[in-house]
Write a protein that binds this ligand. Structure first.
Ligand SMILES: Cc1cc2nc3c(=O)[nH]c(=O)nc-3n(C[C@H](O)[C@H](O)[C@H](O)COP(=O)(O)OP(=O)(O)OC[C@H]3O[C@@H](n4cnc5c(N)ncnc54)[C@H](O)[C@@H]3O)c2cc1C
Length: 193
């Protein structure tokens, strides 16, 4: 991406985050979005709009690609209701969201509702005993779709699974504050606490 003329299509967090990150190294960044409003963290949208190296094309959409020998040279964009305009570009990033497909799980006999799987929050167990789900796909009242939540659910599910696999056997948690993070010595103050 270094030194490239990059066009990013999309209006969500991914498009905005990549525009800001790649602006540090790219020759130019143009963000094409079919609405004037972006669906992303407001502070990042403001930073993108104020960035001297990021050009915004809104409300625009992609209408074609041109190039030779497999090399992209121009991206055609058009204003909503207007004709095509060329944008000189080396790279196109289309960031229109993730299409997650839960159909491979259909045979497991767990309750799937749209793009989520309902779990019991205290165990992350699905409707089928012994099968747990964690991360964005797992749903329960008050769910927050964050990486932090996914890690927490992994620990919750592992504890519940341990109790099933080793009934009556206690888990003795090892904390990074007392044992240290692998490769990093624990804090002396915490060791003596
Ligand atoms: C732009 C953006 C910024 C974010 N920033 C933060 C942040 O700063 N802090 C934070 O805590 N959270 C943040 N999040 C949320 C965080 O990314 C998610 O909560 C986290 O990635 C969820 O992890 P996951 O493993 O459950 O799901 P995902 O990361 O979505 O991973 C699921 C994977 O499964 C794949 N998949 C789907 N269906 C199939 C299939 N049928 N076969 C094979 N593979 C399949 C998908 O392609 C995907 O790779 C952000 C999200 C976005 C979009």
């Amino acid at each position: 991406m270094r030194g490239k003329r990059i066009v990013i299509a999309g209006g969500g967090d991914s498009a905005v985050d990549w525009a800001l990150s790649l602006a540090e190294v790219a020759a130019s960044i143009t963000v094409v979005h079919r609405r004037d409003k972006f669906r992303a963290v407001p502070a990042n949208v403001a930073a993108m709009q104020a960035h001297p190296k990021i050009a915004l094309k809104t409300p625009y959409q992609l209408s074609g690609l041109t190039g030779e020998d497999g090399e992209l040279s121009k991206i055609m964009v058009s204003e909503i209701g207007g004709g095509p305009e060329p944008l000189e570009a080396d790279t196109l990033l289309a960031l229109f969201g993730l299409a997650s497909d839960l159909s491979p799980l259909a045979g497991l006999g767990i309750d799937i509702s749209g793009k989520t799987i309902a779990v019991e929050a205290s165990t992350c167990e699905t409707s089928r005993t012994g099968i747990h789900a964690i991360g964005d796909v797992a749903d329960y009242p008050g769910k927050l779709k964050l990486i932090l939540t996914g890690f927490s659910e992994a620990a919750t599910a592992a504890h519940a699974a341990h109790a099933r696999v080793f009934p009556g056997k206690a888990i003795h948690s090892e904390y990074s504050t007392t044992r240290g993070v692998p490769g990093i010595s624990p804090e002396p103050a915490l060791m003596s606490a």
